[in-house]
Ligand binder design. Structure first.
Ligand code: XMP
Length: 515
């Protein structure tokens, strides 16, 4: 079950995880480790190769991140990218200087006429448009290296010391804007590191069952099914491994989208035969939310009530040794800040606080996977396409999309408007392009006219954003016809709403949700 592995040492680039994802697309398993991972730890993982990521610092700054020097003497191939290249240069005796012409964005590199080596550019054209982003450059390569490519602004755009298996690129092969970037990574993985491409989603699915059985033994597992992709895929994998020793608990908190509880029943119970206990706790949640307007208080009430209901149900259903969770790889990557103390932008947790409160060990079958891999696993184990491409939905549900107090009437309004938004966005072919799209009920009423009568009713805002990971986002430039269709349907079909506005704020400075 051990797969070949290329380690990516993280020097703080926004593209670090992308390098690992690209390698996995090439069917090479890849893990991201902190830049300062000790030599023993690197050796213990017997990597087929190591990639040094880019990063925001300059090697000349005090406290700039460095890898262990032994890395370059392990006879393991190393590829430095951008900052990784500059670090390699600095640590091995070359010269890094501030670039007279900084390059951010597209650049053209020229690969030198082929000599014996340069396996990275095998079968590629000699001129490549690449994506670069650097203020420093390599002025002189370290002793023993030869220059393999140059650009107008950089005498060394790629260099290598093939006998020592060391390679470096000034630009980012992992980003889509670099021509033949995947081929360059493929050449590194397959030609230089000797990878054979033994990491596939099929092999992951096959091995997952054995791994889960090993961990769980003959004990029982309980899972919280949220209605989202991650918890569903985790539960399905666990179910394949241990059958009915799994119990899933689905809590209807009354804050779900239109028809969502019924869909869970149809999809997971009727079709996929998952053992699911559905608990309708909507009255309890709504009672506790009555009169509450502060967003963080809403979140706390919802989180605590969820834990209480879940705990009660779990205790009532037997003795569970394990809690199954859909934790993904980006949540477990350990990162060390390269710019001072770690900035604490903590992602929101769907199943807030469960493990801390309950005496469970965790089974996390998706810990190794990126989101796109989870979708692929989901597809392979029987989930439909529409479900695996669902946009994220926050744990506190529609409560954070109703500004002000959550009441049954307001829930009905936002739920019905939201369903129309989703339907129209799908119909227009925009659903998958968007990170999220939804309706928000605002705490204002405004005057309108319908037929001959004056109205004084609610307003909804439409939020539609594009994003890579939810940390930053841009408002989507939806076509006017699509906005028009949404607006006229919402006003015509949802009694109580007479005005629709479109949110044109990006994150930062705004957030994606309004609360
Ligand atoms: P913001 O609004 O912070 O949202 O820009 C970023 C992403 O997180 C989701 N989100 C939540 N998810 N519990 C969750 O499980 C929450 O309390 C929560 N608040 C925001 C949001 O939908 C977006 O994808």
């Amino acid at each position: 079950m051990a797969h070949q592995n290329i380690l990516v040492l993280d020097f703080g680039s926004q593209y670090t995880q992308l390098i690992a994802r690209r390698l996995r697309e090439l069917q090479v398993y890849s893990e991201v480790l902190p830049f300062n991972t000790p030599a023993d730890e690197i050796r213990r993982r017997t990597p087929a190769g190591v990639i040094l990521s880019g990063g925001p610092r300059s090697v000349h700054e005090a406290g700039a991140p460095r890898c262990v020097p032994e890395l370059f003497d392990m006879a393991t191939p190393v590829l430095g990218i951008c900052y990784g290249m500059q670090l390699m240069t600095d640590m091995l005796g070359g010269e890094v200087a501030s670039a007279p012409h900084r390059e951010f964005g597209h650049a053209v590199v020229t690969v030198q006429p082929r000599g014996n080596g340069e396996p990275l550019f095998t079968d590629l054209p000699s001129e490549l448009r690449v994506w670069a982003s650097h203020g420093d450059y390599v002025k002189a390569e370290p002793p023993g290296f030869s220059v393999v490519a140059t650009s107008a602004n950089a005498p060394v755009a790629a260099m290598e010391a093939p006998a020592r298996k060391l390679f470096a690129l000034l630009f980012h092969p992992e980003v889509a804007h670099t021509d033949h970037g995947m081929e360059i990574l493929r050449n590194f993985a397959f030609r230089v590191c000797g990878c054979i491409g033994d990491w596939t989603i099929e092999s992951f699915v096959e091995e997952a069952a054995a791994r889960i059985r090993d961990q769980v033994g003959s004990r029982h597992v309980v899972c919280a099914l949220s209605g989202g992709v991650d918890s569903a895929v985790a539960a399905l994998l666990i179910h394949r491994a241990i059958g009915d020793r799994l119990t899933c608990i689905f809590v209807d908190n009354g804050l779900l989208r239109l028809d969502e509880a019924a869909q869970v029943q149809r999809r997971f119970v009727d079709k996929l035969k998952l053992p699911v206990v559905s608990v309708d706790a909507s009255e309890l949640f709504l009672r506790r939310l009555a009169g509450v307007v502060d967003p963080e208080t809403k979140r706390k009430i919802i989180g605590n009530t969820f834990i209480e209901v879940f705990e009660r149900e779990a205790r009532a259903r037997g003795q569970f040794g394990f809690l199954g969770q859909g934790t993904l790889y980006p949540d477990v990557i350990e990162s060390v800040s390269v710019v001072g103390p770690a900035a604490a932008i903590k992602s929101h947790h769907n199943v807030g606080g469960l493990p801390e409160r309950m005496p469970f060990a965790l089974v996390e079958p998706l810990r190794q996977l990126f989101k796109d891999e989870v979708r692929e696993v989901g597809r392979q184990i029987g989930l439909d396409e529409e479900f695996v491409h669902r946009q994220p939905f926050p744990g506190p549900g529609l409560a954070v999309r109703i500004l002000g107090e959550v009441t049954p009437e307001r829930l009905t309004l936002v739920r019905r408007a939201d369903a129309i938004v989703a339907e129209e966005i799908r119909r227009a072919g925009w659903y998958r392009r968007l990170w999220q799209s939804f309706a928000v009920l605002l705490p204002v009423r405004s005057v309108g006219v319908m037929g001959d009568a004056r109205t004084y009713e609610h307003t909804v805002a439409i939020r539609a954003v594009e994003s890579r990971d939810g940390m930053t986002a841009d408002w989507a430039r939806l076509p006017h016809e699509l906005l028009a269709a949404i607006s006229s349907r919402v006003v015509n079909e949802v009694k109580g709403i007479n005005r629709v506005v479109f949110d044109i704020s990006s994150k930062p400075p705004s957030t994606i949700e309004w609360e």
